[in-house]
Design a protein around this ligand. Structure first.
Ligand SMILES: [Zn+2]
Length: 149
């Protein structure tokens, strides 16, 4: 049986396949997926993943993860339901730094540039400074500027 026929056969029985970061997931009515189905999915794993990518209108990027160099997989419903894209399995699991942590990591030159953007009225810089609040002196400046205007 070809991968395409397997997908069609599973589909007729209400079994839907999808891609995860590291393989294939399925949604099936309770008891619908048999041991033989699992074995067939394993046998055709690579071809099924190619089909699912094609169905998503995507092809695997030729480069690895730009952050860590890891292998990319197509992920659906991450970070929010309905979102999808190519991610490595490692990066989404890492904790994201807070704005205060990012601000604390800035060099003197970067802080000077950021301050210049806030003073010049750059809206994004102002929003970041406001979000930093008391952890950043510029947050107080941005908030005062807002009250004054
Ligand atoms: Zn990565």
């Amino acid at each position: 049986m070809s991968a395409a026929r397997l997908v069609a056969d599973l589909g007729r029985r209400g079994i839907r396949l999808g891609l995860t970061a590291d393989g294939i997931r399925y949604e099936a009515p309770i008891g619908a997926l048999t041991t033989s189905d699992r074995k067939a999915i394993g046998t055709h794993r690579a071809a099924l993943m190619d089909l699912l990518r094609a169905a998503n209108g995507t092809t695997a990027p030729s480069s690895p993860c730009q952050l860590c160099g890891g292998v990319l997989g197509f992920v659906e419903d991450w970070p929010s339901a309905g979102d999808k894209g190519w991610l490595c399995a490692a990066c989404p699991a890492r904790p994201a730094p807070t704005l205060a942590e990012v601000f604390a990591s800035l060099s003197d030159a970067e802080r000077t540039r950021f301050r210049g953007e806030v003073v010049a009225g750059d809206r994004l810089a102002e929003r970041v400074a406001e979000a930093l609040g008391e952890t950043c002196p510029l947050g107080v400046i941005a908030a005062q500027g807002k009250k004054a205007s």
